[in-house]
Design a protein around this ligand. Structure first.
Ligand SMILES: *[C@@H]1O[C@H](CO)[C@@H](O)[C@H](O)[C@H]1NC(C)=O
Length: 279
């Protein structure tokens, strides 16, 4: 075999091998994220490694600025982290489960990144540790800053009817499932309130609080307020006026009508009887 054919053969085999063994070092990061300044944000991230990877090697996940390996946002040795990120970043994901999810708290308006994930692993060969480094510089996340606290949404706004169960739901979208927004209602005890958490799409979650109660006459013309407090303390609220419809009581019409009708029927019968008798 000449040199050229050998190379072609090698490439061919490599293609087969990589498709058989599938995975290579690759990370999947949500690229366009949003974060509320002063609150927190979670950057979802997962990675794959080659089948030949020895699972007993030690993994080290690093988040750094794009094209600047020395500007580190997260490292297990905190001394290596940029000063203005120290204490604010945490690897939420478990690297052993191929999860490199990062949490940033106390978001500042210059935290837009791009945040890139890189993995290193230390392999011991003949008892001599050697570090092999892999980087996923093409997998970076950028964060768009939100300055206005999102207002909670209330719905469905049905008419409340006196004595009938009534529910109303308050929801907000957020970027931090590790530190959820908290809801407070202007009324309602703990057992009247239920919460649900949802994943909307990459980097966006939603928390929903539902208040269920039985409106009374005295609740008419009052206001219902739902307040959302985001991690970090930013608050926003939505209010709506509660109008309670009285359950209509038609007795004052029905009773006299029935009485008049009954009297008329009786009177009619009496007349018929009288006419029959005198014929
Ligand atoms: C990665 O870890 C985070 C934090 O623990 C978790 O919320 C998320 O569901 C994990 N992702 C996957 C794909 O398992």
């Amino acid at each position: 075999m000449d040199h050229k054919r050998k190379i072609t053969m090698c490439l061919f085999l490599a293609a087969i091998c990589s498709s058989v063994f599938g995975e290579e070092w690759r990370a999947t990061v949500s690229k366009n994220l949003e974060a509320l300044v002063g609150s927190c944000v979670v950057l979802p991230c997962t990675f794959t490694h080659p089948a030949s990877f020895l699972s007993n090697s030690r993994l080290r996940g690093i988040w750094h600025r794009k094209d600047k390996w020395e500007e580190i946002f997260y490292h297990e040795e905190s001394t290596k982290i940029l000063d203005n990120f120290k204490g604010r970043t945490k690897l939420l994901g478990n690297l052993g489960e191929n999860n490199c999810t990062l949490e940033i708290i106390e978001v500042k308006d210059h935290d837009n990144g791009p945040f890139c994930f890189r993995i290193e692993y230390v392999r011991k060969e003949n008892n001599k540790p050697t570090t092999e480094k892999f980087s996923f510089v093409e997998e970076c996340a950028e964060i768009k800053m939100l300055y206005d606290t999102p207002k909670p949404k209330l719905g469905p706004l049905k008419t409340a009817i006196e004595g009938k169960a009534y529910t109303v739901t308050c929801s907000v979208r957020h970027t931090c499932p590790s530190r959820l927004p908290q809801f407070t209602w202007s009324r309602g005890s703990k057992d009247e309130i239920t919460e649900v958490h949802k994943h909307i799409h990459s980097g966006i979650w939603e928390t929903e609080s539902t208040l269920a109660f039985i409106p009374e006459e005295k609740d008419d013309d009052t206001e219902l307020t739902c307040t959302a407090t985001f991690n970090g303390g930013r608050k926003s609220f939505t209010t709506f006026p509660l109008n309670v419809k009285r359950t209509e009581n038609y007795n004052h019409i029905i009773i006299p009508t029935v009485a008049v009708a009954a009297t008329a029927v009786l009177f009619g019968l009496l007349c018929v009887l009288m006419v029959k008798k005198y014929k």
